[in-house]
Ligand binder design. Structure first.
Ligand SMILES: Nc1ncnc2c1ncn2[C@@H]1O[C@H](COP(=O)(O)OP(=O)(O)OP(=O)(O)O)[C@@H](O)[C@H]1O
Ligand SMILES: [Mg+2]
Length: 266
């Protein structure tokens, strides 16, 4: 089972869009796919018409049950998205309180990986959308995933944010004794602007071993898709943005085969 997390401490870089788009392509290929919305802002849940004020079974219930050592069937927090083969564990406003309630408790970083241990019979792919904050929720995603995607907007400030995220990854690798396999994904690339071109060049020079083979271009169709409540692959088949995500997906599926991800750090 692929477990992919989408994380960056910087906001607005394309984490949610990347997770939804890749999940949409996979579901369109009849692959059973689960998306998990770990962000209290619940953009991913809202995208599929689930309002964070009214969700009563989701990430919050999953974490509270686990922290109380209660067993909770994964199915009870999984909801349909309206797209065949695509299900979601939604977020809700209460998710914002998890950090305060349980942040310092021992073993809380392992909840998601424990829950997902038994999910491989049902799902081929699990895609986890993280909040732009390093805390309990992002930590759970980093521990559970076997691949990490770090979207970064092709602009200078976002590149500075990326350095912070990579320091976080190093720190977590040390404390978990686990190597995180990650892909830096340049997003919202506008080839007409010098700033975008310059930023992409910096990223390609600095991260040549772990950068995606091509950037995700700016594409207004993503916004159109969000109004429809469906991933872009169900709206427009021939957009530049979708094609770039299809290339990324192939790269990720291939590296899953070739990688010795999660190998122990010496
Ligand atoms: N390639 C793209 N082209 C044009 N617009 C995009 C693209 N990718 C994302 N967007 C838009 O940019 C905005 C931010 O994207 P998104 O919500 O995916 O970022 P995020 O990293 O999840 O943000 P947050 O940290 O707030 O959760 C959204 O309005 C989205 O529709
Ligand atoms: Mg988001």
């Amino acid at each position: 089972m692929n477990i992919w997390a989408f994380a960056n401490q910087k906001g607005g870089v394309g984490k949610t869009t990347s997770a939804i788009t890749l999940a949409g392509i996979l579901a369109g290929r009849n692959e059973e796919t689960l998306i998990i919305d770990l962000d209290p802002h619940a953009s991913m849940s809202s995208y599929f018409g689930m309002e964070p004020e009214t969700v009563s079974q989701g990430v919050f219930e999953l974490f509270t049950a686990q922290s109380n050592n209660k067993t909770l069937e994964l199915d009870s927090v999984v909801h349909p998205t309206g797209i065949e083969h695509l299900s979601i564990i939604p977020s809700s406003v209460a998710v914002a309180t998890l950090e305060k309630r349980f942040g310092a408790n021992n073993g809380m970083g392992l909840i998601l990986s424990r829950v997902l241990k038994n999910a491989s019979q049902q799902y081929s792919h699990v895609l986890i959308d993280c909040p732009p904050v390093l805390g309990l929720l992002m930590l759970n995603a980093l521990v559970a995933c076997n691949q990490l995607v770090v979207p970064v907007q092709t602009e200078l400030l976002a590149i500075k944010g990326l350095h912070r995220m990579l320091r976080t990854i190093k720190m977590i690798e040390k404390s978990l004794h686990k190597k995180l396999s990650y892909t830096v994904l340049p997003t919202m690339y506008d080839q007409r602007t010098r700033a975008s071109q310059k930023s992409l060049k910096i990223l390609q020079d600095e991260y040549k071993d772990c950068i995606s083979s091509q950037p995700i271009p700016v594409d207004t169709k993503f916004r159109d898709a969000s109004f429809s409540g469906k991933p872009i692959s169900f709206i427009s088949k021939n957009t530049h943005g979708l094609k770039a995500y299809e290339v990324l997906l192939e790269q990720m599926l291939l590296s899953r085969v070739n990688n010795s991800e999660n190998r122990e750090v010496a």
